[in-house]
Each structure stands twice: as C-alpha cells, then as structure tokens.
Design a protein around this ligand. Structure first.
Ligand code: ATP
Length: 612
C-alpha cells in the first residue's frame, strides 16, 4: 500500500484513506508536537532559515526587473554589473541558507525517528506473547519501519512546506500588488488556468502509479512465496513450475503495460504544464504592454518582467499548498497509527512490589488454574498439580489438549485468569519477571536459532561462557560429535533460522543452549514431528541424565521420555484427567491406556523392529 503517496500522489486520497480519516484532536496535535519539544531550538532556527531563504529566493526576480530597466534606459555598465553581482550574491546566499535548513531539517527528522523507533522497539519487547500471536508480523514491522520512517517526510515535508510556500506566496503577491494592482490581479486570475489542468493530469498519473504499485506488490508476493526455501520445495514437489511461471509472466506483462502507460501519462502531464504555464506570462506581457503603450501607465519594461517572473514563482507554492490538506490528514493518520501501538497496554509486567528471592529451587505448583487465550473459549479448567524440587513430571495428552499452554503459564508468557501458578512457593505474578525467566528454561518444539554460528547461538544464553563450558554443554546435549565434524567446529554457521541443521541437531543444540543458561526449572517440549530413530535416541540420551538431576517438566510424546519422569499427568481437553506412574496408569483403562495402545506401544514396536 502506498501510504505517503509519491510526489504525484500527494494531493489525492485513496478511498481507504478517505474512510479512515483520523480525528484530529487537540490531544493528538499536542502529542505530535511533544516529539518536537526536545529539539525546539533547532526547530526555531529552521523556521528562521525558511523565512529568510524564501524571501531571499524571490529577490533575484525583483532584481531582474531592475536589470532590464538598467539595460532599457542605458543606465551604465557599472550599475548593470552591480545589479548582476547583487543578484548572484543573493542567489548564493539563499542557496546557502537552504543547505543549512536542509541539514537541520534532516537532523531533527532523524533524531525524532530515532527516539520513536527506540521507544517503539522497547515497547514492543514488553508486549505479551498474545500480541505476537495475534498480530501479523508484517504489520508490526511496517509500523516499526515505514510508518515511523514516514514521520521523517512529515517533518521535512509537510511542516516546512506549509511555511515556506505561504511566505513565498504572500511576499510575491505583495511585490506584485505594490508594482501594479491591475497586472497583479490578472496574475492571480490566471493561476487556476495552470493549476487545475496540471492537477487533473497529476491525478491520472497517480492512479496509474497506484495500479502499478498493486501489480508490483503482487509480483513481489509471487517471488516471496515461490522463491523461498519451503515455497520452492512445494513448487517442485507438486510439479507447479509451469503454473508459477505463467502466473509470474502474466503479472509481469501487466506491469510492463502499466509502466508504458504511466510514462506516457507523464509526457502528457509535462505538455499540459508547458502549454498552460506559457499562457500566463503572455497575457501579462500583452495587458502590461497595452497599459504601458496605450494608456501611458507608469510601468517600466522591468516592472512587467518582474511580474512575469514572480508569476512563474507562484505556481509551485500554490500547487503544493493545495496538497497540504491531504498531506496533513495523511500525516495525522500516520501518527494515529503509531500512537495506537504506543498505547497498547503492557499486559504482563512486574508487579510494583515484585520480589526477587536470593535463589530458586525450581519447584512449581498449579492451584485451580483456569485459563483462556480469548474470552470465547476456555482452554485450561481447574488445573492443579505440584512438582517438588529435584523431581520431574511428564505431561501427556492428545494434540491440542493444552500441554504447551500449561507450561506457557510458568514463565508468564501468559497469565492465568483464575487460580495461581507458584514458582519456588511464590505466585509468579508477584515474582520479579527477569528473575522468573532467568530461572525457567524451555526447550520448545519449534527450536529457534538465529542466523549465525553455533557459538553465537550458544552464547545467547550465557554471553561470558568459556570455551570449556560451551564444550561441556554440547557434550551433555549430545551434540558435540556433530560440532567436531564441522570444519569450523563451534564457528560453523547454522543457516537462516538454523535451516542448515536437521530437526534433531537443532533440538540438541537448543538443549545445549538451555543447559548453559542453567535454569532452576527445565521444561522440555518434545517435538511431535517424527525424527529418525538415531536422532531420537541421541536426544533421549541427552535428556535422560538431565532429568535425573534437575527439576523438570517434560511434554512427552515418546514412552522412553515418559518413563524417565517421576510422575505422569494426563491432560485431556484442558483438564488433568489422570495422574500417577506408568504401570498403574496403563492398567487404569482410561485416556492413558488409550494413548499407550495407539501411540507409545506402536512406537516401541517399530523401534524394537528397527534395532533387530
Ligand atoms: P500439541 O501436542 O499439538 O502441541 P498441546 O496439547 O500442547 O498440543 P496447546 O498448544 O496447549 O496444545 O493448545 C491448546 C488449545 O489452545 C488448542 O486448541 C489451540 O488451538 C489453542 N491455542 C494455542 N495457542 C493459542 C493462541 N495463541 N491463541 C488462541 N488459541 C490458542
């Protein structure tokens, strides 16, 4: 979507923009200007620069008249040279001020966006997991980048354009009326003759630009989808090469037609401008000549020249001021969108009286916890259990039963609505958030690795870890063999999101990472996706000894993991329906028995077969 509009589109609003017109209130304006406040001195300086440079820029036009008169009346070469030098000097002076103003302008704009971006980033980092799961990632990034980037053009464009154009216009009119009111009025009357057709042509061109923008978005979409790693895989596996090629070619040829149309509209646009912009001066010459020659009015050739050249200087400002209203609305919409994000409440934050215990034992207790992601559907119902320090619990249950949801409540990725979650005997809502998160380590199903080296990914958990510690963690996580096989060892790259590693390797690496963090409570969300039996065995070998020595919760899908835990909780539809030990639960004939018969036993049999 083209938000700010190109230079051609400045004066026009899309239907969507018209519908979403922001309400400009005093509070909004006050808030916008509050971002300027720290830089008010520089802003004041800009205003002075603008006033000076717009006035000075007009002065050579006035001097042109005097030069023409000096020539016509043969006033002497020295006067002529003086006037020319003066005109040159003024032009240089006004350009120099313009340069300074540009510098100040971009300095302020950059500083304001710098402040806004940092503030927004810090704010977004405080947002809960709910925010990131409900909002489109693309939207979040757009607000961070283009919306805040748009603020720059508001400051460098809208604010300064209002001021400089109004000053130029008023000053030009004043000079013209002071010379001759009749010619000045004629000048004012011919302005619409130029402005209206060029606006019409501009609108046509703007519409074409928008169409080609939409087409280009579509092309980008196709490229993004089909040239990504997984997209390409899908195309290949479904034999869709020709289909995608045709789709791309079709969009591409539409783009070409639009581009040609657009560049032709540009030509018409300039033709219209040049024809109409010559009508005004001709009229002034004609009427000025008649007044001077037939009615003996007190007018010199220089006066008429000044009028004509000032008229030429008025077209631009008039056009730009006509666009200001739309630009203003657009800018306010931009700020409204940004402020909307700033105003999102921080859902999960430290309680004012948050406590930071000296150490954590890793014990967890759920007391009658009810939880829902959205008000319409309750996910957890009256969940209660406790895990003593040094022990381990396996949570099992059908897919979607709420296992991950239970563990999300421990590091406060979400807060429960009713009941309480205790960590080390204290309600998590009363614990210092960074203490809590430092002491809870999660190896999630979807392991996330940054695009960097193995070492960088490990150091994320403990930036000051020594080489020995890194190696020890890798050994414990059963990934050291793999690291050693890499030519660059720990400095091997893991690829974009760890795509250069297999699922099993990624998971073991993230186990190593969490071991470096050394949390009091370790949560392991076992991958449901099928890993080959060797990978699985390696993960198993890694986690079994860890479970024996640490307080841990395991979301388990495999019997061997379940058997390694001290207690098993069976979850179904957000309720703990059974709990106990394996042998006793298998006999009970409930949900666990069913899971055992359908999942675990089969897996056991396959494993047995593959090892035979
Ligand atoms: P699996 O074994 O497949 O990982 P699970 O037992 O861990 O499943 P959860 O991920 O806890 O199940 O999901 C429980 C329910 O909550 C599911 O019905 C799911 O659709 C819903 N759910 C999960 N995350 C969200 C979310 N962010 N917003 C809304 N609903 C969610």
């Amino acid at each position: 979507m083209q938000r700010m509009g190109g230079p051609m589109g400045r004066g026009f609003m899309t239907e969507e923009e018209k519908k979403n017109r922001p309400k400009v209130t005093k509070e909004l304006l006050f808030r916008v200007f509050s971002y300027l406040r720290p830089y008010w001195k520089q802003f004041l300086l800009i205003l002075v620069c603008i006033a000076f440079s717009s006035l000075l820029a007009l002065y050579p036009n006035v001097l042109t008249g005097r030069i023409v008169d000096a020539l016509a009346e043969k006033q002497g070469v020295d006067i002529l040279i003086k006037l020319i030098l003066l005109s040159l000097g003024v032009t240089i002076g006004s350009s120099l001020i313009g340069v300074g103003q540009n510098y100040l302008n971009s300095w302020i704009a950059q500083h304001i966006t710098f402040d806004m971006r940092n503030k927004m980033y810090a704010h977004l980092q405080q947002m809960s997991q709910r925010f990131f799961t409900t909002n489109n990632q693309g939207d979040i990034i757009t607000r961070m980048t283009s919306d805040i980037g748009g603020v720059q053009s508001v400051i460098t464009g809208t604010f300064t354009s209002i001021l400089s154009n109004s000053i130029t216009l008023i000053a030009a009119l004043a000079v013209m009326y002071q010379r001759n009111w009749m010619l000045a009025t004629l000048g004012v009357l011919v302005i619409p003759l130029f402005v209206l057709p060029s606006r019409r042509a501009g609108k046509t061109r703007w519409e074409l630009t928008r169409e080609s923008q939409a087409c280009s978005d579509e092309i980008n979409g196709i490229l993004n989808e089909t040239l990504s790693v997984s997209g390409q895989m899908l195309v290949k596996l479904f034999g869709k090469e020709q289909y995608e090629y045709d789709r791309y070619k079709d969009a591409n040829s539409r783009m070409i037609r639009l581009n040609i149309k657009e560049s032709m509209a540009g030509r018409w646009f300039f033709m219209v401008i040049s024809v109409f912009s010559s009508i005004g001066p001709m009229l002034l010459y004609l009427v000025g000549g008649i007044l001077m020659m037939q009615y003996g009015q007190d007018l010199t050739v220089g006066d008429i020249t000044v009028m004509v050249s000032l008229l030429g200087r008025m077209y631009g400002p008039v056009n730009q001021l006509l666009n200001i209203q739309v630009e203003w609305i657009r800018s306010m919409a931009l700020f409204t969108r940004i402020f909307e994000y700033f105003d999102l409440p921080v859902e999960i934050q430290n309680a004012p009286d948050a406590v930071t215990p000296s150490s954590a034992d890793g014990s967890v207790a759920f007391q009658h916890v009810n939880f829902s992601y959205d008000p319409e559907r309750q996910i957890l119902h009256d969940v209660s259990f406790s895990l003593r320090a040094g022990h381990s619990i396996a949570i099992v249950g059908p897919s979607g039963s709420g296992k991950s949801t239970i563990i999300n409540l421990i590091p406060r990725l979400y807060d429960c609505q009713e009941g309480a979650v205790l960590f080390g005997g204290t309600d998590v809502k009363k614990l210092d958030l960074s203490f809590l998160r430092r002491n809870v380590g999660i190896v999630s199903q979807e392991t996330y690795l940054f695009n960097g080296t193995i070492r960088e990914n490990l150091l994320y958990a403990k930036p000051d870890a020594t080489e020995e510690e890194l190696i020890a963690a890798c050994k414990k996580a059963n990934i050291y063999d793999f690291v050693q096989k890499q030519e660059l060892g720990l400095d091997a790259m893991v690829g974009n999101r760890g795509l250069k590693l297999s699922g099993g390797e990624k998971q073991r690496l993230s186990i190593a990472r969490v071991l470096l963090k050394d949390p009091a409570l370790l949560i392991f969300d076992e991958a449901t996706s099928a890993l080959d039996s060797i990978s699985e065995a390696k993960i198993q070998e890694a986690i079994e000894p860890i479970i024996q020595t640490r307080t841990s919760i395991l979301i388990a899908h495999r019997l061997s993991t379940i058997l390694a835990a001290d207690e098993i909780l069976v979850v179904k539809d957000g309720r703990i329906v059974e709990r106990g030990e394996h042998a006793q639960l298998v006999k009970a004939g409930g949900v666990y028995t069913e899971l055992y018969e359908t999942q675990f036993k089969k897996a056991l049999e396959t494993e047995a077969k593959s090892t035979q």
